[in-house]
Ligand binder design. Structure first.
Ligand code: FAD
Length: 473
């Protein structure tokens, strides 16, 4: 009887899992499953304890759902990626594995790890990889010259064109094996700090993710364009954490959307949300083509020459949410308290760190990863480089967000700000965006800092720093 092994990584689900489905296709095969925790690697990448917790919960759940299908999932540990090849080789030899199935990860270290595993297994075990975490495989959407697109809009047009031609299918969970259910192996806790995620924000489980997807597509996707930029509203899907650890697949998202909004691929209702899924794809394709991004190099070479400020005090004020700019502080406190931040605020907070404080975007990228439950190298690096004008943003580098007007535009009455910065509860209405003015006028002593930089001056300094770097290119 052939023995097939599925190696789970960031694809912690049984529905629409390409590697799992392929391993189960031969009904005569015995199917085994493996997850390898790599705490040393996670430390190196500064993975958020909330993300570690979220992964742990879903590995536990996966173990139970696979056991019900007759597939035992073993959880092993390797210090880091370099140690994975040895762990898998031993496991395959001990269990007479004939074939290994896994879903690709596109980051450089992950690709090196997989190449080492394949080499270690030689021709004893047949290895098969799948493009599971994307709608379309990296490399399949290129310009006429077979190069990767450098800006999003033409990429998304080509992407949509291809999606209309060949919409990827969504697969059901595999049938239970004929041998029947097995006992779930003993629980194995990762040797990594963990922090619980709020169950309302991201309830655990594949079913919870699918339910949220269905509810969003049915009720909220139609209002997404109107609501998505306002952090006080619940206007986005809150699916990112599930997509990042693979509890949900992008194909499930696409089909969930098309079930309620059949014209989304043609630009009708639902198209704006689909566009966000294509941003996710764009950054994955980009990272695959430019492995230097995984080493945190700027996408635009000359921006490597920007002279950043080394200002530990300002960095700490930003991280902790005490910059004196209420919208920035509310955003950072939301991140610290929950492990998630609204997309509009990620852009504004990132822009503030880079363009107002002139602190290297890599500091912000690293901090986000250390806190986000949805932390994902491609999306985070893409978002940070977009905000820092070192990446693929089509707007010119001299466009700089004004944190006060961003607050006024997207949290006009300050509801979001007051929720996260309760010391500003006394400041009424729009005055909350410049609380020091209100305090001065009313002779009130606020327990809240004055702005740590003056935006106009900071903007001028940033422009000068970028301009100098550009001249030096
Ligand atoms: P929705 O608005 O409902 O979007 C649906 C899905 O599309 C998201 O779940 C996500 O998978 C994808 N998506 C949406 N916007 C983007 C985008 N701009 N880039 C890539 N994918 C997108 N997203 C992450 O998943 N992980 C990160 O580590 C991450 N870091 C970011 C850092 C910065 C500085 C910025 C500006 C953006 C970052 N994003 C990241 C993108 C975006 O902010 C989040 O995906 C989004 O806020 C998640 O909320 P949601 O699930 O409600 O999104």
């Amino acid at each position: 009887m052939p023995i097939h092994l599925v190696w789970f990584r960031n694809d912690l689900r049984i529905h629409d899992n390409l590697a799992l489905a392929a391993a189960c296709r031969n009904s005569k095969a015995r199917v085994l499953a493996l997850f390898i925790a790599t705490p040393g690697q996670w430390r190196l990448h500064n993975m958020a304890p909330r993300q570690a917790w979220f992964i742990q919960q879903h590995v536990d759940m996966l173990q139970a759902s696979l056991a019900a299908k007759g597939i035992p999932l073993r959880v092993l540990a390797a210090h880091d990626f370099a140690a994975c090849a040895g762990v898998i080789k031993t496991y395959c030899a001990d269990n007479d594995v004939d074939a290994l199935f896994y879903n690709y990860q596109y980051e450089l270290n992950e690709r090196r790890r997989d190449a080492a595993v394949e080499k270690a297994l030689g021709d004893k075990v047949l290895c098969q990889g799948f493009d599971d975490s994307v709608l379309l495989a990296p490399g399949s959407i290129t310009t006429g010259n077979h190069a990767m697109y450098k800006v999003f809009t033409p990429f998304s047009k080509a992407f949509l064109h291809r999606l209309r031609e060949e919409t990827p299918m969504r697969l059901p969970a595999p049938q239970a094996r004929e041998s029947g259910a097995v006992k779930a192996p003993a629980h194995c806790r990762f040797d990594y700090p963990q922090q619980e995620v709020d169950a309302q924000l991201f309830p655990v489980g594949e079913m919870a993710a699918l339910y949220r997807l269905r509810q969003f597509c049915r009720h909220a996707a139609k209002d997404y364009l109107a609501q998505r930029d306002f952090p006080a509203l619940n206007g986005t899907s809150l699916l990112s954490a599930y997509l990042t650890v693979g509890v949900l697949s992008p194909r499930q998202c696409l089909h969930g959307l098309l079930a309620e909004h059949p014209g989304a691929l043609e630009g009708d209702s639902g198209a704006v949300w689909l566009n966000q899924l294509i941003w996710r794809e764009f950054y994955r394709h980009l990272l695959t083509y430019n492995p230097a991004l995984c080493c945190h190099r700027s996408f635009i070479d000359w921006t490597e020459k920007v002279k950043w400020r080394n200002n530990a005090k300002a960095l700490r004020a930003w991280q902790e949410g005490y910059t004196g700019y209420p919208i920035i502080d509310a955003a950072m406190r939301q991140l610290n308290a929950t492990g998630w931040m609204h997309n509009r605020l990620r852009m504004v907070a990132a822009s503030f760190l880079v363009k107002d404080l002139l602190i290297d975007w890599r500091e912000g990228e690293r901090y986000f990863i250390s806190r986000l439950v949805d932390g994902d190298l491609a999306a985070n690096n893409g978002g940070w480089q977009w905000s820092a004008s070192t990446g693929t943003d089509a707007s010119p580098w001299f466009r700089i967000f004004n944190p006060t007007t961003q607050g006024l535009r997207f949290d006009a009455q300050g509801d979001f700000i007051r929720y996260w910065v309760p010391e500003l509860n006394v400041v009424p209405g729009k005055a909350v965006h410049e609380p020091w003015r209100w305090a001065e006028k009313n002779g009130y002593r606020l327990d809240y800092p004055r702005p740590i930089v003056e935006h106009k001056q900071a903007r001028a300094a940033a422009l000068a720093a970028y301009q100098a770097a550009r001249k030096n290119k």
